[in-house]
Design a protein around this ligand. Structure first.
Ligand SMILES: NC(=O)c1ccc[n+]([C@@H]2O[C@H](COP(=O)([O-])OP(=O)(O)OC[C@H]3O[C@@H](n4cnc5c(N)ncnc54)[C@H](OP(=O)(O)O)[C@@H]3O)[C@@H](O)[C@H]2O)c1
Length: 310
């Protein structure tokens, strides 16, 4: 019998990391290890991971050194789902992984297909992908579209799961008929468990998705699930261009968030057909690789998300 692969997750207590850990544990195919930064070792979420049989190793992506190489020895797969500010530090982590003999590195992407020069955050993540290829480290790059959890309008601001979601989810750019691809956050772990166990995905870009929808369709699902009327703010393409210029001038998180909106709803980058194009990275389609996985639907997500709201 072949030995179980050891998979270490950076960001195991976060939103994406929790789904990935669940998928890996539920598959019963891996030794699951969580890289926890020393400052967080006493957190209850870390105790919970331990109680589920997850081994804890203390590593901070921001302070990688020779001890990190030792901590990564015996690891087959490194996955990062850590906080977005740790993207640049993955270069040092990739170096350490290479030295430790890691076979596959899945960097912190988990986002939407694009081409270079449109979204600075995509370019920053792309620079890490370039570096991983350059040093000859095995990899899989994974994009997922938008999470259901990030896109539906929360009934009030206190229920938003991502910053600014309450306001952004009620805006329509242009005619609102541009499609985008979506995945339920709870499904990503199921896909990841299959992807890391699959030689076909080594050194490939994989696109995971559940379905596609336009902004008007999402608002329509919301209205039906809540039995209310939503009056969206409509922004013309010309005004979207102006907002893009201001967000770029502001930089930081404003730029990241608005460049996303512009890419999804004005340019229409986030669709399955694009992800597979060579200029978008030539993704393998996770639904074609694993046709037996039945992802959760947007309608089911909306019904359950709004079940307690009026
Ligand atoms: N597709 C989408 O719709 C969508 C939406 C949002 C985000 N994303 C992407 O998903 C990825 C993960 O985001 P998320 O929202 O899941 O993150 P998150 O919930 O904010 O989780 C962050 C995790 O990173 C850990 N962490 C932070 N700094 C660290 C460090 N220096 N070393 C090790 N671990 C560290 C945190 O642990 P402690 O704080 O406990 O130490 C926590 O477990 C990002 O690439 C983001 O761009 C995608």
């Amino acid at each position: 019998m072949s030995q179980k692969q050891t998979v270490i997750i950076f960001g195991a207590t976060g939103k994406t990391g929790t789904s990935v850990v669940n998928g890996l544990i539920d598959s019963h195919k891996f030794n699951v290890v969580a890289a926890v930064r020393p400052a967080s070792k006493e957190k209850p979420e870390v105790e919970q991971l331990k109680s589920r049989g997850v081994e804890i190793r203390h590593i901070d992506i921001e302070t990688v050194d020779d001890s990190t190489v030792d901590a990564l020895r015996g690891v087959d797969v490194v996955i990062s789902t850590a906080y977005y500010t740790t993207i640049p530090a993955q270069k040092q982590l990739a170096d350490a992984a290479k030295k430790a003999g890691v076979k596959r590195f899945i960097p912190n992407d988990w986002a939407t297909p694009c081409i270079r020069g449109i979204r600075k955050f995509y370019d920053d993540k792309g620079a890490i992908q370039d570096y991983i290829r350059e040093i000859g480290l095995g990899y899989t790059f994974i994009d997922v579209g938008l999470w259901h959890q990030a896109i539906f309008p929360p009934p009030d601001k206190s229920q938003e799961q991502y910053p600014g979601q309450f306001e952004r989810s009620r805006i329509i750019y242009g005619d609102g008929h541009v499609k985008s691809a979506f995945t339920d956050l709870r499904d990503i772990g199921t896909f990841v468990a299959r992807i890391v166990d699959d030689p076909r995905t080594l050194n490939q870009y994989v696109f995971v998705w559940g379905e596609e929808a336009t902004k008007r369709q999402i608002l329509d699902i919301t209205e039906k699930a809540r039995n209310i009327k939503i009056v969206p703010t409509v922004v013309s393409p010309a005004d979207a261009e102006k907002q893009l210029a201001s967000a770029r001038a502001a930089g930081g998180i404003s730029q990241i968030l608005f460049e996303y909106e512009y890419s999804w709803w004005v340019r229409g980058d986030n669709i399955i057909e694009n992800a597979k194009k060579p200029e978008y990275g030539g993704a393998l389609d996770a639904r074609e690789l694993y046709p037996d996985i039945k992802p959760r639907t947007m309608i089911d997500y909306a019904r359950s998300f709004y079940s307690n709201s009026s």
